[in-house]
Design a protein around this ligand. Structure first.
Ligand code: UGA
Length: 313
């Protein structure tokens, strides 16, 4: 099996590529090291991969890459590359979000036309739902993203559907719910909270801390990708949640316990684009893919804390 992982130097892409190698895939990983966060962290994410004989790394941007070469003999595509982050997608930044999330996806789908791709898996996001009318969020719930980022993720998801409908490219979109674990991006909540604890700085909470999130450990997301790869179902979307919905104020307790340290908590303004609540209805992924999230929040947070302490101490 030969798989292409886009965004392979990112948080989820690097874990996914490692798992595919364990499953005896030959993995081609592509990444262009955007400056969304430090290149040194992304380089560290791929360090183990670069030693693997069945891994090849291509440093290119999907907007300009020679895609026919990248896709040669490819069986599976795991499209993780994106400009991530909900809160920074406003203003002039939107051009980058449009290019890297919408145009790059369209270019990749175009290049798949006429090839024998067995599955094209797209990393979508819970941000496509926007502010929930009712919980849990089901795949059929109303989609009204409240951030420009969410708009681009939804647009790319719809492109995947269009290319399936018209060109029979076997796409499947997975809506990830706030993923955490070792290598989590530095702009995300748990990473920022843990860095603050490590450095003896205050923890900043956006809003009143009463927002809730269905946090999902990264290995559960990787499992979801492999299950979607094996499934005969195409052209659809699946929620991948962790089954650990918590109030942000409450999870602070657990984070501080795991770190064995306390911090001053300061409350900042609500950030534009943030949704108040998420909770995935995963019954579709459970019944059709046999998806079962395995890692509970305190176990996952311990793993993230170990990684973070080793990396940043
Ligand atoms: C995350 C990812 O950043 C997105 O790329 C992804 O698409 C999305 O999950 C998803 O579910 O698909 P988010 O839910 O905002 O977005 O994840 P975090 O950055 O971990 O934030 C969780 C909550 O903590 C948010 O309410 C945020 O406002 C809050 N937060 C974050 C703080 O209170 N303080 C911080 O320092 C950081």
């Amino acid at each position: 099996m030969r798989s292409l992982v886009t965004g392979v130097a990112g948080f989820i892409g690097s874990h996914l590529a490692e798992r595919l190698l364990q499953e005896n895939h030959h993995v081609v990983g592509v990444d262009c090291f955007t400056d969304y966060y430090a290149k040194s962290l992304k380089k560290a994410n791929v360090k183990r991969l670069l030693k693997e004989p069945d891994f090849s790394f291509v440093e290119e941007n999907l907007l300009t890459a020679r895609l026919p070469e990248l896709l040669k003999d490819c069986d599976y595509i795991f499209h993780q590359a994106a400009q991530a982050g909900v809160r920074s997608s406003w203003g002039a930044e939107f051009e980058i979000y449009t290019s890297l999330n919408v145009l790059a996806t369209q270019r990749l789908l175009e290049a798949c036309k006429g090839l024998n791709i067995r599955k094209f898996i797209y990393a979508s996001s819970s941000s496509v739902y926007g502010d929930a009318q009712e919980l849990p969020l089901r795949e059929e719930s109303i989609l009204k993203p409240v951030s420009p980022y969410g708009v681009t993720k939804l647009a790319a998801e719809q492109l995947c559907y269009s290319y399936w409908k018209n060109y029979q490219i076997p796409t499947s979109s997975l809506r990830y719910f706030t993923v955490y674990g070792p290598r989590q991006r530095p702009d995300m909540a748990f990473h920022r909270f843990m860095r603050a604890l490590l450095d003896g700085e205050p923890i900043e909470i956006y809003g009143d801390g009463k927002q809730t999130r269905d946090f999902t450990f990264v290995s559960d997301i990787v499992n979801g990708n492999l299950l979607a790869m094996q499934s005969a179902l195409v052209g659809g979307v699946f929620n991948l949640g962790g089954g650990s919905r918590v109030v942000l104020n409450d999870v602070l307790e657990t984070v501080q316990q795991v770190a064995g340290k306390g911090a001053k908590i300061v409350y900042r303004d609500v950030q534009r684009g943030d949704v108040m609540h998420t909770l995935a209805d995963t019954s579709k992924a459970m019944s059709e893919l046999a998806y079962r999230p395995q890692v509970d929040l305190s176990t996952g947070l311990k793993e993230q804390w170990e990684w973070l302490r080793e990396t940043f101490s």
